[in-house]
Design a protein around this ligand. Structure first.
Ligand code: SF4
Length: 328
């Protein structure tokens, strides 16, 4: 098991624009233990990706700014490291894969060139050794005829194969932490399941930890140990994955759960999928009190003016809601 420990404390990320300053991530704290899969779940615009990009300081500054907090990796604050030191960690100790491999892979370079680049940068291997290692990695992520694929370009592969290559590239330097930002969103359901299996297998073989960013609560409960639910830049609930899915404590988590199709469920019957009503609020027009109140089926008067704080409500469970663990 590799030793890794990531701790995010009171992280706040802002963006400045024509309409003033927006807070995309508002004081979130969490930790990722060695060897665990932690999922961060929420709709688009909830701050989950901005929070993940902040770990490797990939937020474009300006307009973005990490306004407060610390991100500690193996006792070093990544937010205070000089760029040179951070470069050694990026892709080596902490690697990242993105939603759309087509925008992350370089269309004019062969897969071989792209696979070998991080190996050569972070190791002392020769070109020939790096080539062999890249072929082995492609084989490990189940790319057929990997040596042949090394000479091909991204457009010659299917979407699922490209995502496997991205995972392979991220694994070339045996990272201690893999950040996977919506790694299956652009893929069909069958390939999604294969990619999630691949991530889990890779975790089991290497002992790395995975921070999985997704909007799909149903998918993550199969593979994550813990889940954090974010809404409007804040953590609204967290807990062990299975418990959180079985007994959500926040009305927003309950809404996410009810919008997940169940195996064998026929649509068009009385058991229709229930959408969360309304839209995610704009960050420059956040509602007063609880930011979820205009969409919440359990809203009370105090929710409109008083902002709930994240509170421990059981072993490993936290929720930020005035119902304090009794959603209807
Ligand atoms: Fe709903 Fe009120 Fe809880 Fe917010 S605090 S989620 S509005 S019940």
């Amino acid at each position: 098991m590799v030793d890794s420990d990531l701790r995010v404390e009171n992280l706040k990320v802002t963006f400045s624009g024509r309409n003033g300053e927006l807070t995309a991530v508002d004081g979130i704290s969490y930790h990722l233990d060695a060897g665990e899969i932690l999922a961060i779940v929420g709709e688009s615009g909830c701050g989950k990706t901005v929070g993940a990009l902040s770990i490797l300081r990939l937020i474009p500054e300006p307009p973005g700014k990490i306004a407060q907090g610390s991100i500690t990796f193996n006792s070093r604050d990544l937010l205070q490291l000089p760029q040179r030191e951070l470069q050694k960690i990026r892709g080596n100790d902490i690697a990242m894969i993105f939603q759309d491999p087509m925008t992350s892979l370089n269309p004019v370079l062969t897969l071989g060139d792209q696979m070998m680049e991080p190996i050569l940068r972070h190791s002392r291997l020769t070109q020939k050794e790096a080539w062999q290692k890249a072929v082995e990695v492609l084989r490990s992520v189940e790319i057929p005829s990997p040596a042949e694929k090394m000479n091909q370009y991204p457009h010659q592969l299917s979407g699922g194969m490209r995502q496997r290559v991205m995972i392979g590239m991220a694994l070339t330097c045996s990272p201690k932490i893999l950040i996977a930002d919506e790694p299956t969103t652009a893929l069909d359901v069958l390939i999604q399941a294969q990619i999630m299996d691949l991530l889990q297998q890779s975790k089991e073989q290497t002992g790395m930890s995975i921070l999985l960013i997704t909007h799909d609560l149903g998918m993550v409960t199969e593979i994550a140990q813990r889940v954090i639910v974010m809404y409007a830049g804040k953590i609204v609930e967290s807990g062990p994955a299975k418990e959180l899915f079985q007994t959500p404590l926040h009305p927003y988590t309950l809404g996410l759960k009810n919008s997940v199709p169940k195996l064998g469920q026929k649509l068009g019957t009385s058991k229709r999928l229930v959408e969360i009503s309304g839209n995610v609020p704009s960050l420059n027009l956040l509602p007063s009190g609880c930011a979820f109140h205009p969409r919440c089926p359990s809203v009370m008067e105090r929710c409109k003016t008083e902002t709930p704080v994240l509170k421990k409500v059981g072993p490993g469970r936290e929720v930020s809601c005035w119902l304090e663990g009794n959603p209807t």
